[in-house]
Structure formats: structure tokens, C-alpha cells
Design a protein around this ligand. Structure first.
Ligand code: PD2
Ligand code: ZN
Length: 294
């Protein structure tokens, strides 16, 4: 952190004499690495040493500091309306889906009956023999890595790849109230006992070089629907550690969460993970929605 040495003293007094505003001076010092309170104190002192007529017109440095801090602070996420319909039962294309719980910050909705028990069984049976060890996107490179954060196996279905998948894609898009064309293909994941997915964000971190590869088509992810395909006997909840919330896996039920608002801000409270499965296994089906057609 810099200190107010002779060179800075000279800079301060010449800027006061030139008629610079306290705000611009505090901003310049913060930009040079000073803490806001240190910059504010130094600017205050400089105006205090100035001739009375300059000091009188300088205004309050406290207000100037506030303005600088407000500009420097990361923008807090603004919660606007999620696209999901209101009400306790939502008509999702061909099926009525019950709402069990809604949370506004972060935006999380828990549903029952997104899939029937038979549809869950059919998805599991179709997928069982095609599973591969899951990968995770490396944020630095954008490549898929097998890492210990995610101990599951999975398979992707192309959007609308057959009539059964197409029906589910349409129902899910209708429930999420987002265009079916903006959806990634469905992903099935299977976790054995002890399997887990450590807390992460589903969006691609904008400041990481690897994200550009993933957002080139369809843009950023905006919302996720995780559908549970079986009842997990013990553990395996979807957890939101920043919100202190967990959702138990219940066959045919689902958890929706939305992390990108209309201003393209991303909600850090949607940090989430799959808790370790403590008994039995866990099957889920995930839909990620993008900003644009994918
Ligand atoms: O298995 C889950 O509950 C879970 C939790 C968090 C899955 C995902 N994220 C995911 O597939 O992104
Ligand atoms: Zn996730």
C-alpha cells in the first residue's frame, strides 16, 4: 500500500490549487492503491491546509469517499422476476407440475411430479449402459477434466433426439418458461454411494479465459433444472451452502435455480453442490438453459 510521502503531498497541494474536486482526487489515489479511508483523510487534510476560500468550496470529503466506494464496489445482484409461472400448480406442456417451495434470494423453486415414476424408470434404463465418468469444465482452459470434485458418471442426450426425449425437452422448457431452442441437451448423472459433486456455479465465470469457449454458442447459462429420477435413501441432497438450504432427492421432483438476471448479472448465492450419497445411489437429469438459441 503506498504512503503519503513528499511527492504525494506536492501532488495533493497542486491539485487543490488547480481546483480539482475531492472526489476526483480520492478516486485517483484509490486507483493508485490507497485504501479509501487513507485517501479520504489525505484529501481532507490537503483541503484543510488550503486558503480559506478554497477549503470552503471543496465540499464534504466524506460524501466524495462514499461516491468513490459505491463506484468501486462490485455490483450487487438485482433480483428481477424469474420467468417461471406463478401459482401452486403449473401446466407444463403436457403435465401439471406442483410447486412445493419458492425462495426469492437466491431464486430457487422446488417442484413435485415433473416426471412420472414410469418416465423416471425409463430414463434410468435407457442410460444405465451408456454411462461415462463425468468431467468438469476447467475454467482456465475451457476443456473437460475428470477431477475428484465430481464423482459421478453421466451421458448427454441430444435435444429432441427421439420422441420421448423431445416430449421431456418440451415439458421442461414450458416449466422453466424459456425457449426449448435455448436448452442444452438433457444430461443424466448417476452417483454411487459416496458419490458427490462439490459446490460450484453452473454459469461460466466471465473472468476466466476458458469460459469463452462455452459461451460462444448460446451465450451464458441462465438457469438450471435438476430432476431427481429416484428416491435417495440417505444423503445426496442438492445443497446451496451460501443460502443454508438443501433439497432432498425425491423421485420425479426437481429443483430449479436461476442465476442470470435481465441485466446479465450473475447471482453468487446460487453456489450449489450434490452432497455425498450416504446410502443407495442417486440418478438425476439436468437441463441447463442459455441466453440464446443453443
Ligand atoms: O446432483 C446434484 O444434486 C447436483 C448438484 C449440483 C447436480 C449439479 N449441480 C449439476 O449437474 O450441475
Ligand atoms: Zn450444478
Amino acid at each position: 500500500m503506498p504512503v503519503v510521502d513528499a511527492a504525494w503531498e506536492a501532488w495533493l497541494s497542486s491539485n487543490v490549487t488547480r481546483g480539482c474536486s475531492p472526489e476526483s482526487m480520492i478516486e485517483a489515489m484509490v486507483g493508485a492503491g490507497f485504501a479509501a479511508h487513507a485517501a479520504s483523510a489525505a484529501v481532507n487534510q490537503a483541503f484543510g491546509r488550503a486558503p480559506a476560500e478554497v477549503a470552503a468550496t471543496s465540499g464534504a470529503t466524506a460524501a466524495a469517499t462514499e461516491a468513490v466506494l459505491a463506484r468501486a464496489a462490485p455490483q450487487t445482484y438485482q433480483y428481477d422476476d424469474a420467468p417461471v409461472a406463478r401459482g401452486n400448480v403449473i401446466r407444463a406442456d403436457d403435465r401439471d407440475v406442483r410447486v412445493l417451495m419458492r425462495c426469492e434470494r437466491p431464486q430457487v423453486i422446488v417442484f413435485a411430479d415433473v416426471l412420472s415414476a414410469q418416465e423416471c424408470d425409463e430414463m434410468i434404463e435407457r442410460s444405465r449402459h451408456r454411462l461415462k465418468r463425468s468431467t468438469t469444465v476447467n475454467p482456465a482452459t475451457g476443456k473437460e477434466d475428470v477431477i475428484r470434485n465430481r464423482t459421478s458418471e453421466g451421458i448427454w442426450y441430444q435435444r429432441g433426439e427421439d420422441p420421448f426425449i423431445e416430449k421431456l425437452d418440451r415439458r421442461i422448457a414450458s416449466l422453466m418458461n424459456w425457449p426449448v431452442e435455448n436448452g442444452e441437451g438433457l444430461q443424466i448423472l448417476h452417483y454411487g454411494t459416496t458419490g458427490e459433486y462439490r459446490p460450484h456455479f453452473d454459469y461460466f465465470p466471465p473472468d476466466q479465459p476458458g469460459s469463452a469457449v462455452h459461451t460462444a454458442q448460446g451465450g451464458q447459462r441462465v438457469a438450471t433444472l435438476v430432476i431427481y429420477l429416484n428416491d435417495v435413501p440417505d444423503g445426496g441432497e442438492t445443497i446451496f451452502p451460501e443460502a443454508g438450504m438443501s433439497v432432498a432427492a425425491s423421485k420425479g421432483g426437481a429443483v430449479y435455480f436461476r442465476y442470470m438476471n435481465g441485466q446479465r448479472q450473475l447471482d453468487p448465492l446460487t453456489l450449489h453442490g450434490g452432497a455425498p450419497v450416504l446410502g443407495g445411489d442417486k440418478w438425476i437429469m439436468t437441463k441447463w438453459m442459455r441466453e440464446r438459441a443453443y
